[in-house]
Design a protein around this ligand. Structure first.
Ligand code: NDP
Length: 305
């Protein structure tokens, strides 16, 4: 029986993850199909129940469901529990386990960005969604002593900070209102800037004006693209990286959880690059354009809802 793995999100019309995972299953001769399921929040509980059937190996969960799915699974790994976000589901019999492979994916991206320098201790994070939760947890685990979170809706950044209360008790984790002058003052005191908002994903927009970016900052944009933020930061003299390594390594970790086998990293990286060359920009998908087709790996029945 062909096993099924689904990406549950809204929207999921195109997906880099689909291209990367299907290439890995095919290469290793695993009879499995990676499908894209576009499901609105109201249908999420019913969708998760479907995954308990034997034909499913598991799922990826993405925008906007990573936090909502937490109470719908039977068990959480430590990383999913601490972040309060799930991006991967596996099955143990009829039971579902929630994992967060964005956390190890972010660690690889951060290590590559920092390179041979000493790991910094201060960071500014833009965004407070599921991706930002993995970032903040990764920074706490890495020993950062001061993390400032800016978000358009301040209350969401405050909830994030509250959520990490105990794990961040030994350090300074604060939510601050999104005002350029405050962000500028914080950037002057920090070494690392992470963009975990989706600004720049579908349009050539940037969360910050170029003028407030100090040189010598390490800048990571979770978006898998050379965004305007990264171009501006590079022009200002910063070291920059996009979300490629995080995407690749979270995907590789998910693949291993589903199959028990090491992921073919190089091949998955090539599949990502191919999909990107075809114009796919998002890990999770973007609204379908009227002339574009479904992404590789999408099943005909997956377009519903
Ligand atoms: P969520 O939907 O959970 O969060 C989106 C975030 O972006 C929120 O902080 C939201 O702010 C902010 N945002 C969206 N639009 C605007 C806007 N117009 N102005 C200001 N803020 C805005 O998404 P995720 O956290 O899952 O993903 C965020 C980004 O990170 C996406 O681009 C995603 O592709 C990327 N990502 C990449 C990964 C990788 O492997 N490379 C892994 C995970 C995420 P508010 O709360 O105020 O709405």
């Amino acid at each position: 029986m062909t096993k099924r793995i689904v990406l549950i999100g809204h929207p999921v019309a195109h997906s880099l993850s689909g291209a990367m995972q299907q290439a890995a299953f095919d290469k290793l001769g695993i009879d499995a199909r990676y499908e894209l399921w576009d499901r609105a929040p109201i249908a999420l509980a019913e969708t998760i129940t479907e995954l308990r059937a034997d034909e499913f190996l598991g799922a990826n969960v993405t925008i906007p469901h990573k936090e909502r799915v937490v109470p719908l699974v039977d068990r959480l790994t430590e990383e999913a529990h601490v972040t309060g976000a799930v991006n991967t589901i596996t099955r143990e019999g009829k039971k579902l386990v929630g994992h967060n492979t964005d956390v190890p994916g972010f660690k690889v991206a951060l290590d590559r960005l920092v390179g041979r320098q000493k790991m910094p201790r201060h960071a500014v994070v833009l965004g407070a969604g599921g991706g930002a939760r993995a970032v903040v947890y990764g920074l706490i685990r890495e020993g950062f002593q001061r993390i400032i979170v800016f978000n358009r809706h301040l209350h969401r950044a405050e909830s994030l900070v509250k959520h990490f209360g105990r794990s961040a008790a030994h350090m300074e984790l604060r939510a601050m209102p999104w005002h350029e002058s405050i962000i500028e003052a914080e950037l002057a005191k920090t070494k690392v800037l992470i963009n975990a908002t989706s600004i720049g994903l579908t349009a050539d927009e940037t969360p910050l004006p170029a003028a407030i970016l100090p040189p010598e900052l390490l800048v990571l944009d979770l978006i898998y693209d050379r965004t305007r933020l990264l171009r501006d930061a590079e022009a200002a003299g910063c070291t920059v990286a996009d979300g490629e390594q995080m995407l690749l390594h979270q995907g590789a970790a998910s693949f291993t959880l589903w199959t028990g086998q090491p992921a073919p990293l190089e091949l998955m990286g090539e599949a990502l690059a191919d999909a990107r060359a075809r114009g796919v920009r998002s890990a999770e998908g973007e609204p379908a354009d009227p002339v574009g087709g479904a992404a590789a790996g999408s099943a005909p029945e997956s377009a519903a809802s």
